[in-house]
Structure formats: C-alpha cells, structure tokens
Design a binder for this molecule. Structure first.
Ligand code: ADP
Length: 423
C-alpha cells in the first residue's frame, strides 16, 4: 500500500514509541531498523525509519536523514515527520535543527513546527519552556544526562543556535483558541519569515488542535504524541481510506521466550513478578558468562518446554551490576550479556519459539539484530509506548515486543502474552 506519511526517528526506542502511538489508530504502521538497502516494496500507510543519530556528528545525522527522506519519498509519502525525544535531547551543536532545516530544503517548505510535548508522560511546553513533570527541563534529571545534558529549558533558545532561519513561538494562549487561530498565527509568522515555530502544548487536547492546524504541512517535527491524531485526520482528509490496511495478526506457533537484559527499577520488579508466577527461569551471571560462555544457559534452554514461556534474565540489583562492571568493565559486562541473550534468542527461535518478550533498549537492539529482523509491523500496545510487533526471522513469522527499561507495569511479561493471545 502506498505510504502516506514517512517518519524519521533519531533513535530506536523513540521510533517504537512513535510507531506504537500511530498504530493506536488501527492503521498499519511499519518500522524499519536503519535505512533499508532495497527500494521500497510492501510498504504500509505509515513508515517509520529508526536512525541512531541522536548524538552523531551533525553532518552524519543530516546525511542519514536525507537518505531516509529519499527512501520515504520513493515509498510514495507526501507527509513527513521528524521525531526526536520529548525532552528535546540534543548537544549544543545538536542535530534537531540542522536535520529539520535539511529536510525542509529537500521538501521545499518554508516553515515547520516543533512540538516535543507528551502530556501523558509529563512532558509539557508553556511559553516555549519545556517541563518534565512539574520541573523545568534544566532542573529535571535531564540536566545530568551523560550524553545530552539539558541545561536550558527554553526551546527557542535551544533551537535558535542550531538553525539558520528565525525561530518563533505559537504559545498556549493561541493554541487554546483552536486550530483556526493557530493556523492564522503560523501564517502570520511565515509572512514574517519565521521558519521554525515552537508550539506550546500542556494537555492532550492541545495536541489535537496542533495536529489539526498542521495537518497540511508537508513536514512536522516533534515527539511522538503530536503525531498520534494524524492517522484519523488523514482519513478525514481522504489521504487514507477509512479501512486502510488494518493490522492483522499472523499465525504464530505457541513457543514463547522472555529475555531480560535491563536492570532498570521497573524491569527488576517485572522479573520478580514473573518469577512469582512459577515460570521456568534461568539467571545469567556476567562473571560465569565471561569465564564459560553461554553454553550452560543454552543447554538449559534446550531442555525447556517453550509453551511454558521460560525467562532468561541478567537483570540484577545495582550493587551486583557494579561488581560485574568493576571486574569486567562497563562496556564488556554489557556486551557479554547482550551476546548471550542474542544467542539464546536465536536458539529459542530454532527450537520453535515464535513469541519474544525482550526487556532493555540496548538488549532489544542486540536481539533484533541477531534474529535478522530489520523490519517490524507494529501492532497493538501492551503498555504506552510498547507495542507488539510482527516480523519474519529466518523465514518464520514471529511476534516480538521490545520494552525499554522503565516502561510497562509490574505484570508486563504476563500481560504481554495475554494480549497477544487475545488478538
Ligand atoms: P534499559 O532499557 O533498562 O536501559 P538496556 O538493555 O538498554 O536496558 O541496558 C542494560 C545494559 O546492562 C545492557 O548492556 C545489558 O547487557 C547490561 N546488563 C544486564 N545485566 C547486567 C548485569 N547483571 N551486570 C552488568 N551488566 C548487565
């Protein structure tokens, strides 16, 4: 089916988040991990390309986004979305503005909007200032982020040094008056040569006003939330048929495996909760893996009945993670665990597993790569921002969900299986 909207995301879990919100509409959404090498085929109405460019050098981020744009245009897209983090993560010579400006130039558009707000997750924008919960961005934990410390909360001040053209604001008082007034404000700013417009949003309703006002823009930029209303609007506009390629669950064999490489607080609670259900479980120890490799885990897996949905986890308390990191080095400890979980994923698939529940952002990247998955059809959400996805691995249909650290509730692993079964 011809693509209506092409989206470019600056990281993998951000792409999953966006794809999940778009798929809430029931419309088919396809997520590509990296820019596909082949020309577009078998495309969905919404195509999302996940880049890994958030902290890449500017020139590289711009180049990759432009190549992604070319692919999405070839897929037939007439609308485009540049997705970045809802906390506007970027370095001082950040990528958000330069990528937007390059995409605008390639598309021949004079103006775009910036709306990273995600009120459901506590990200709001008022008078151009971004808040995380009740704290201004620069007073939130984001001020200490290891790669993209956010030291200013004002989006106009953050954006202006990143772009050549003027930056302006459509504030909440405008948004509160509805789409017509917002559209007039955008036109007014365009007449004054303002190419980059930060748009305030403090509540979910604001996002609907913004999406409605910007529905004709060829390029929108923002977090995932402002894109959520677009599928409905495109159906109303006749860009998309009302019955456009609804998601359909493929036939899946019952074998299930849960793989957890996340040590985040929520994942620790989820693993504990799953162990309480009595599911077969194997704990990976990074030190054992460093000494003996994953063979013991692999032979344990071989003896398992995958219909009982066993779990293999490296998930551990911070103190134990520190011990492993001190002995092996932070990077090596992470790699060893990721390599083992990847090998277990492949072994499980070869034993007949078709349902994969994976916890951890980096872990997800490693597991999808090992399974040879570079395209996901995005299905219904299990928790906000965590959808079930469908893919082929070694010519077999699989379902896979990729949960980054703190997402989902405590019963997530059971809930995920229940939801998949009920589809
Ligand atoms: P999250 O989404 O919670 O950040 P990630 O998978 O992105 O999870 O990151 C967790 C990292 O920690 C991975 O590189 C993983 O291999 C590593 N890891 C997992 N368990 C342990 C452990 N017990 N000791 C040391 N490192 C670990």
């Amino acid at each position: 089916m011809t693509t209506v909207m092409g989206c470019i995301a600056d990281d993998f879990t951000g792409a999953t988040d966006l794809a999940g919100l778009l798929a809430r509409s029931g419309v088919q959404v396809s997520l590509r991990i990296g820019i596909p090498e082949e020309a577009p085929s078998d495309t969905a109405p919404f195509e999302v390309i996940a880049l890994k460019s958030r902290t890449a050098p500017v020139a590289q981020a711009v180049d990759e986004a432009r190549v992604a744009l070319t692919w999405l245009k070839a897929a037939g897209a007439s609308r485009f979305f540049w997705k970045y983090c809802s906390t506007f993560d970027s370095t001082p010579d950040g990528n958000i503005g330069p990528v937007a400006e390059a995409l605008m130039a390639d598309l021949g558009v004079d103006q775009t909007i910036y709306c990273p707000a995600f009120p459901e997750n506590g990200r709001s924008i008022f008078m151009g200032n971004l808040f995380v919960g009740e704290q201004p961005l620069a007073e939130s934990p984001m001020k200490n982020h290891p790669l993209t410390p956010m030291l200013d909360s004002n989006l106009l001040r953050l954006l202006q040094p990143q772009v050549r053209q003027p930056v302006g604001l459509a504030n909440r008082l405008v948004v509160a008056q509805g789409p017509e007034v917002l559209r007039a404000r955008l036109a007014d700013l365009a007449a004054k040569g303002v190419a980059h417009v930060v748009v305030d949003a403090v509540a979910n309703d604001d996002l609907y006003v913004i999406a409605e006002a910007a529905r004709d823009m060829r390029l929108m930029t923002g977090g995932s939330a402002v894109a959520m209303p677009l599928p409905r609007l495109f159906i109303d506009d006749g860009l998309l048929a009302a019955d456009a390629a609804k998601f359909e669950k493929p036939a899946l064999s019952p074998g299930t495996i849960v793989l957890s490489g996340s040590c985040s607080a929520m994942t620790r609670a989820q693993v504990a909760n799953y162990l309480d259900t009595g599911a077969p479980a194997y704990r990976l120890d990074p030190m054992d893996l460093a000494n003996d490799g994953p063979e013991a885990a692999l032979s344990w897996l071989e003896g398992q009945d995958l219909r009982k949905a066993p779990i293999v986890y490296a998930t551990a308390e911070p103190a134990s993670v520190k011990v492993a990191q001190a002995k092996l080095g932070v990077v090596r400890a992470g790699e060893i665990v990721e390599e083992a979980l990847s090998a277990l994923a492949v072994a499980a698939r070869d034993q007949g597993a078709a349902r994969f529940v994976v916890a951890g952002g980096e872990t997800s990247g490693a597991v999808t790569k090992a399974l040879g998955v570079d395209r996901l059809n995005v299905g219904p959400e299990i928790a906000p921002g965590v959808p079930w996805c469908f893919a082929t691995s070694s010519n077999r249909q699989i379902a896979i969900t990729l949960k980054s650290g703190n997402f989902g509730q405590e019963g997530f692993f059971v809930e995920a299986q229940r939801i998949l079964e009920a589809l």
